[in-house]
Design a protein around this ligand. Structure first.
Ligand SMILES: *Cc1c(COP(=O)(O)O)cnc(C)c1O
Length: 243
């Protein structure tokens, strides 16, 4: 994939974002596009950076450790790095110094560990809480499917949020989810609407801002925008198919 292709892909993604925003009566400036660069070489990431991309997402710690320092050296403007994949707790200490935002808080243990590490680095780490809203056998994320009909699920999730909000060095920015892959992207709508509704209820019960909803990938981001996404995580539409 040449830098010309990446530039053209980015233009097309920005057009699609603008069209979805127009349908939803939203301002594109309220949406952050994270270019998911997993499995892509540093040349492609640097090319995207040259085309104006600031935010990048990686999902594996080892790969990120190799690529991030090199991309940072070559970048025009320092990229902002988002961790979007599951973190094993023994790898938390590798994640904290590399990433600016973590989307994949899926256990209290990893949250507590990252808070401690951020404290040792004398900083506050912005994070999102990963939620399994679809009820499908998602691998990661706090269980929150059908929370409106199942009091025990709601209670468990609310207890989790309460504990997360108490961690001193994390800034809980909002919720993140991954929809299952569907041929018809309209089928993702209830999942994204469900995450938005869950976030709204948490905001109002805990009197917190939680400004961000991280949802929407190559297959479904127009729907995610219509349902309130503030952060999109898009890989293939920008960098092409992964090997
Ligand atoms: C790979 C990945 C994405 C991007 O998926 P694409 O289909 O390439 O847009 C988004 N979020 C997470 C958590 C991912 O692992």
């Amino acid at each position: 994939m040449t830098s010309i292709d990446i530039k053209a892909n980015l233009d097309a993604v920005h057009d699609t974002i603008a069209a979805a925003c127009a349908r939803a009566n939203r301002n594109p400036d309220d949406i952050t596009l994270v270019a998911v660069s997993k499995k892509k070489p540093i040349e492609a990431i640097v090319a995207a950076n040259m085309s104006g991309m600031r935010h990048f997402g990686e999902n594996r710690v080892e790969e990120a450790m190799e690529k991030i320092p090199l991309v940072n050296q070559q970048a025009d403007e320092k990229p902002i790095w988002h961790m979007i994949g599951h973190i094993q707790s023994r790898k938390a200490k590798l994640v904290e110094p590399l990433f600016d935002v973590v989307h994949s808080i899926d256990t209290l243990k990893i949250a507590a560990k990252l808070s401690q590490l951020a404290g040792e680095s004398q900083r506050t780490l912005p994070v999102l809480v990963e939620v399994n809203i679809s009820g499908e056998a998602a691998k990661y994320g706090f269980e929150a499917s059908d929370w409106k009909n199942k009091p025990e699920i709601k209670e468990n999730f609310w207890n989790t949020v309460e504990k997360l909000l108490q961690l001193p060095n994390l800034e809980i920015r909002g919720l993140m989810t991954m929809a299952p892959f569907y041929d018809d992207m309209q089928r993702t709508r209830p999942i994204f609407a469900g995450l938005a509704e869950l976030c709204e209820q948490v905001r109002s019960d805990f009197h917190v801002t939680l400004p961000d909803l991280s949802m929407g990938m190559t297959n479904d981001y127009p729907i995610a925008i219509e349902e309130g996404a503030t952060i999109l995580r898009i890989g293939r539409a920008i960098f092409g198919e992964r090997a």
